[in-house]
Design a protein around this ligand. Sequence first.
Ligand SMILES: [Zn+2]
Length: 359
Amino acid sequence: EYGDLDITINLSKPEKDPKAIAAAKNAPQAGYPKCMLCRECEGYAGRINFPARQNHRVIPVKINNTDWCFQYSPYVYYNEHCIVFNAKHMPMAINRDTFKKLLDFVGQFPHYFVGSNADLPIVGGSILSHDHFQGGNYTFAMAKAPVEYPLMFAGFEDVSAGILKWPMSVIRLSAENPCRLIELADKILVSWRGYTDESAFIYAETEGEPHNTITPIARKRGDRCELDLVLRNNITTKEHPLGVFHPHAELHHIKKENIGLIEVMGLAVLPARLKTEMAQLKCAITENRDIRDDETLAKHADWVDEIKQKYSDINENNIEEILKDEIGLVFAKVLEHAGVFKRTEDGIAAFKRFAGSVK
Ligand SMILES: [Zn+2]
């Protein structure tokens, strides 16, 4: 439905709990380097709880007249995966300047896309304490997704806008002049930060805690600049303690971590444990073994039952393909859960109401 989603497994990074990430945002930093993104990491030999970075090299770049650093990612999730980080250790923040910086970057590196994680826990990336972007030379499924519902913003008749055909809630803006995109994106951001729609369970804040933010992505398409604004909300409830717009418990056997920039764009970064679990599942399924009593595999049992019902013939030759397809379908659901406006009649109507409220 959403084109070809990509899947990868990070074998070197621990599966982080969204609550632990939130706690780290404000934790005092006394150490050296202050964090995994500080430029002091360049050439750092590492220590017991900090990876070695001897072969990292950092290139200074000017973005929006401020000092930033460019490096290729140690994880290489996709072609030329790069990280662009503030020369100063300061927390992630999404604001008007973020749009300026992203569009300035793609002006300088037109063959790269660049995006930022959101600046709130649960819906942000795994590092909130150091302002950074991620980019690269890769076309994600989201970049290929078409506009499904065109939008028009008063006073911005020169900017094409629309809701993307994507499981998450994305407004795409496109114009030749980046200044016009910055202007409109800022209006949308400010409106979204303060937007409440109880019928769609969108609350701008509860008990003084802000919930609304945006994951922005910029790219050049021919002569035009594009900004994708992914609307995010990090509210939690008793029923969904890790987040209402976050993969729900029934999907945690595959993905329970934050849905960050990379996932938003359609690349599932899955935890290392799945590599062994999938190998074990393959055997268990083809041998028709019950996994409900298996300590490691029991969490996949409901999913496996569904798979067994869906396919009449599962054997050693097709199990690998079936599991890959089914993980892809789970990932599509993960993204749907993270979407603030659902792709239903009511959800689309609520999305259009929000767009209409942008002044
Ligand atoms: Zn830092």
